[in-house]
Design a protein around this ligand. Structure first.
Ligand SMILES: [Fe+2]
Length: 185
């Protein structure tokens, strides 16, 4: 697929399902745009900005409805989204999203107070995702190739829950995304 067609497909999914409630008074699309905007404003590399925009893409690919954590269902959305995105983008874009639940479990192990600052929805999904990491899991996570960017994306993920925050629109991220589509996609 040409880069423009890849981005058309991603944006089509956002248009169809991005209005869904993320669970914290923002829609999925607002959440994605806020995460990407925070990353961009923080001077992150384009791959991290794209990873921030797309980390919850898997939320938009299932038909389980809104607030899946509230239903007690772990949709493994990060794996679903990452597998789809891996057809089009490099690991630098895809893996932080695949690891975003792991990053939360890691930060609960790493930082006193991180758990307490999580939203209620995030605490609920943490339990479904296996709870905080133990020492061995944390050491393995830190040894992983995309550990650093995964944790950074997780920080933007945690910030991107501000009702009615104005951000650039999806189209403003098109050039960045198109530039990152793999030549063989
Ligand atoms: Fe998220």
């Amino acid at each position: 697929m040409k880069p423009a067609a890849v981005v058309d497909e991603i944006f089509r999914v956002f248009r169809e399902r991005g209005h869904r409630n993320y669970g914290e008074n923002v829609t999925e699309q607002q959440h994605a745009l806020q995460c990407a905007t925070f990353a961009q404003n923080n001077g992150e590399a384009p791959v991290v900005v794209a990873a921030s925009l797309l980390h919850d893409y898997g939320h938009l690919l299932h038909d389980l409805g809104e607030d899946i954590a509230d239903q007690g269902v772990d949709a493994r959305h990060e794996r679903i989204g990452a597998n789809r995105l891996a057809a089009w983008f490099s690991e630098e874009v895809v893996e932080p999203g695949r690891l975003h639940a792991a990053s939360k479990r890691y930060l609960c192990w790493k930082e006193a107070g991180y758990y307490g600052d999580l939203s209620e929805a995030s605490k609920k999904s943490l339990a479904l995702q296996g709870g905080p990491m133990n020492d061995l899991e944390a050491a393995e996570f830190e040894a992983g190739a995309h550990y650093d960017s995964a944790v950074r994306v997780r920080r933007y993920d945690d910030q991107g829950k501000i009702p009615d925050l104005e951000t650039p629109d999806l189209e403003s991220f098109r050039p960045l995304l198109e530039s990152l589509v793999r030549p063989t996609a």
